[in-house]
Design a binder for this molecule. Sequence first.
Ligand SMILES: Cc1cc2nc3c(=O)[nH]c(=O)nc-3n(C[C@H](O)[C@H](O)[C@H](O)COP(=O)(O)OP(=O)(O)OC[C@H]3O[C@@H](n4cnc5c(N)ncnc54)[C@H](O)[C@@H]3O)c2cc1C
Length: 265
Amino acid sequence: MMNRDETSKYWMDLDSESLDAIRWRFYGHQSDYDWENGPYESAIDCIPLLDHGYIALLDHMGTDIDIVNAARKSFGRESTFFDGKDRKLLRYLWKHRHTSPFEMVEFKFAVKAPLPIARQWMRHRTWSYNEVSRRYTDEDISFYVPDADWIRKQSEIDRQASVESGMDFFSSAMGSHMKMIAAKDICHDRYLELVDDGVCREQARLVLPQSMYVEYVAKVNFSNLLHFLELRLDPHAQWEIQQYAQAIVEMIENIVPETMDIFNA
Ligand SMILES: Cc1cc2nc3c(=O)[nH]c(=O)nc-3n(C[C@H](O)[C@H](O)[C@H](O)COP(=O)(O)OP(=O)(O)OC[C@H]3O[C@@H](n4cnc5c(N)ncnc54)[C@H](O)[C@@H]3O)c2cc1C
């Protein structure tokens, strides 16, 4: 199976207009934004995922030191730089699930993910979400079609799980890949016809398939993000959502390195 680095080739194939469209959507300006050296410097990041998805870190508040300072508030003390005592305290807080100090740190992401992945994500009720509505727009529709070597077999022992397919499955997976393309093309064509017929967008969208990508902004505090990561990095989670969770880890490691060290241990 391909890893996420290999999927980046799809992202690299995106022309600059498509990249600008993403930046425009979330930053409100198109040409003058310096994506690499913008106002958030290295903290802001965007990672391409699957064939047309991505996750972008839009904003964040707080670092490791805000967590330990929140915990020390009851003694009226505050650290100005993170030292060995802070590390010890951070470990104690995590070990004993003293979660409220972790809530002092927040992250805001922009996500483009296939509909079933977004549904899994939004089961996490402690996040705040706003999603692009298909009631308002019939443009920019894209679909997740796994490459043949990303297509997994159904597990025979676990109804929820999939298993990686070997070479013997590859030629049949090529056929499955083509069927997926044909199915989403039919649905998309019918959708456009319905819109042309004058059917309202909120009903025309009923024919769009589950493979459709959806886009949303999502804000969460660090305590609830760590809970999300524990569940969604787990091998029992669907492979696709694991890719998003892993990308989040990569994006926040520079911001909360001490906590992520403890989390990853
Ligand atoms: C591998 C996997 C398989 C899954 N399979 C299914 C499935 O088949 N069907 C299905 O429906 N769901 C499924 N889920 C979703 C799962 O049941 C949770 O809804 C989801 O993981 C969100 O977890 P959460 O409620 O802990 O997170 P959040 O909603 O972010 O909540 C965080 C914590 O806040 C507390 N909390 C939040 N809301 C309430 C509340 N209303 N009452 C009490 N406490 C609350 C709880 O302590 C909770 O753990 C699956 C999840 C995983 C990871």
